[in-house]
Design a protein around this ligand. Structure first.
Ligand code: SAM
Length: 297
């Protein structure tokens, strides 16, 4: 049983809600040309480090004829994913020792995972389980942009809370989170160095702006709710990591404050008082092909 990521790094709702928005069907046209996955035959897709399963679920909608398998080593994510997406095969396992035979997939894909896993193991295992001519897709978050609504701004109590947590929390280092970051140039180079060819890159920019009328109310409210649950889970993670620093009293104060802020944000949205808060995420998509057996290039 491994729940390190969900307990100390990013909670289930934080990952699931944010990815469900980023991989909403309304944005499919930004990803599909960059994925360039054939549709003329039954394709076997493996997602590496799937978290609670939002990308796997999007792939199931976008490629209804594909067989989708998704793997993560966090038990809580896999339990959540299995409960919510029964049509997908979710597997608890390690990306550095994939429990699959050589050549058993046509496509491997991952989102915000490459920076956490040693590159030879990350690419080597995908190369092994891909069939010749198979496609490796690596999605990596790039620097985006966030502008908060005034009603969501931190007050003094929150600032002091997060400063104290930042001074003591060593979870990122302890669990080797983001131990292998790569630039926009290093990512395609790494894929090539690990045996892939025909490398291409592309970028999908997604803006989540609840007040923009292009977003229907349910989607806009999902954006506000995703941010809300993310803040709640950050406090819970801090309480897990630092039980001596984050007392029950401090945790309750923070949670109460978060509930107030988001109740106000929802009220402003529902009354049409636009705040124009926005989150723009940029995902880099690197695509490479496992060389055919007789391809010497
Ligand atoms: C930033 S999260 C991204 C999760 C998911 N791809 C998403 O976008 O919601 C990184 C994920 O990689 C998983 N992970 C990290 N190292 C792993 C490994 N060696 N094997 C399997 N999963 C791993 C973590 O458990 C976590 O779910």
């Amino acid at each position: 049983m491994n729940t390190i990521w969900s307990a100390y790094i990013q909670g289930t709702q934080t990952l699931y809600r944010s990815r469900k928005l980023r991989f909403d069907d309304g944005f499919a046209a930004r990803y599909l040309p960059l994925f360039d996955i054939p549709r003329d035959r039954r394709i076997r897709i493996l997602e590496i480090g799937c978290g609670p399963g939002a990308l796997a679920a999007a792939l199931q909608r976008w490629y209804p004829n594909a067989d989708i398998t998704a793997l993560d080593r966090d038990s809580a994510f896999i339990r959540f994913a299995k409960e919510n997406h029964p049509g997908i095969q979710f597997v608890e396992g390690d990306a550095t020792a994939l429990p699959f035979a050589d050549g058993s997939f046509d496509v491997t894909i991952s989102n915000t995972v490459s920076e956490h896993i040693e590159p030879s193991a990350f690419y080597g295992e995908q190369h092994r389980v891909l069939c010749p001519g198979g496609i490796c897709l690596v999605l990596s978050a790039r620097k985006g942009y966030h502008h908060s609504a005034p009603c969501l701004a931190e007050n003094e109590m929150e600032r002091a809370f997060w400063e104290a947590v930042a001074q003591q929390d060593d979870s990122m280092k302890k669990y080797a989170v983001c131990a292998y970051p790569m630039s926009e140039a290093e990512l395609p180079r790494a894929m090539q160095q690990h045996g892939f060819s025909s490398i291409s890159t592309g970028y999908a920019a997604i803006d989540l702006t609840p007040d923009d009328p292009k977003y229907p109310a349910p989607l806009a409210l999902d954006m506000i709710e995703a941010a809300h649950l993310c803040e709640v889970e950050f406090v819970e993670s801090a309480a897990h990591s630092l039980p001596d620093c984050v007392t029950q009293e401090k945790k309750q104060q923070m949670l109460q404050r978060i509930e107030q802020k988001y109740a106000e944000r929802r009220r402003l949205y529902e009354q049409g008082e636009a705040q124009w808060d926005t989150t723009v995420s940029i995902t880099m998509i690197v695509r490479g092909i496992k060389k055919e057996r007789n391809d010497t290039q």
